[in-house]
Write a protein that binds this ligand. Sequence first.
Ligand SMILES: *Cc1c(COP(=O)(O)O)cnc(C)c1O
Length: 401
Amino acid sequence: MPTGAATAICRKHLFELPAGVIYLDGNSLGPLPKSVRARLDAMVVDEWGERLIRGWNDAGWMAQPARVGDRIARLIGAPAGSVVVGDTLSIKVYQALAAALELRPARRVVLSDSGNFPTDLYMAEGLLATLARGHRLRVVAPDAVADSIDESIAAVMLTEVDYRSGRRHDLAAISARAQAAGAVMIWDLAHSAGAFPVDVAATHCEYAVGCTYKYLNGGPGAPAFIYVRPDLIEATRPALAGWMGHAEPFAFEASYRPAADIERLRVGTPPVIQMTVLEEALKLWDDIDLAALRVESLRLGERFIEAVEASCPALRLASPRPAAQRGSQVSFAFEHGYAAMQALIARGVIGDFRAPDIMRFGIAPLYLDAQDIDAAVEILREVLENESWRDPACQARKSVT
Ligand SMILES: *Cc1c(COP(=O)(O)O)cnc(C)c1O
């Protein structure tokens, strides 16, 4: 390890990383924490296999969504009892926006930006069409968001970190603008939770959502989370009024009555196996100092940018240059980015690609160190210098890029 900071943060030994792989895609799917294997085995054999239906009570499955929510709450600066886990992020976006619009019944505009992830915008479009009350989704450029917030806006719905460029919004400043205009603020923390310190309580935002398979290493398809500002839980009417969010699911009442607490944002039966994997993966964060993680993430990111710019002149930095304006990923634009990324992956350096020309590299200091960064850049340099991306095998588009 090159520095003390790296020694303090890097926990490579806690992850299953294939030999010969430098993993720069933890912003899309985090790697497998080693302890998950035994926990999963115990879950399947002892809990599902042995306890069967009794597991809902005896193994704590029913309480899991709120219990795991409390673990996530600690990572995003939320109080206990304000976060619950379940469903997918797309669904949590829908829940948050539906609730937000009910809080501002006289307003008709949802403000978002062109840096938002498409599913967030799609879910908003779908919801507004279903409501059929004349709501409009207004999508502006990321740097025009703050000045577009006025008293016509019912809800401001943004993702803090742009999935393509890694550009990071000023969470506190935009939240304050929204609050001053009386708009409900919804933050999507998909690329924030586990990437750097977040303090949702300090922003005073009404809702926040995020996923757990990226920096939180919950595994493919891991459930999402939703935060509701504690004073608004009672006023938050669940649009998806599923039985698991009912005050008494096992009273089997004829009509819906929401739970008094954050459990009202649950919908249906939780994915217990996946939830168990996530709960185990989250234990890793118990002794992580997120501020130190951020320092190390930026240090590695700067090192990566400097080395790529020095040795790969064909690539153009697509992320903001000031470190404070970036999340925990670095993006470069390159005309043949898709094929170049395929060539990199074939050589064990795994990042990903976002159309039209963005090569994305996630910097996760829990399992990456300076040597990995240097080795990855050296392989990238070779790929570009030898034009390895011209290989036809690198050109064929796969369904997931
Ligand atoms: C990754 C991501 C999603 C993914 O949504 P799913 O429903 O989990 O597929 C949604 N929004 C943002 C901002 C993301 O980064």
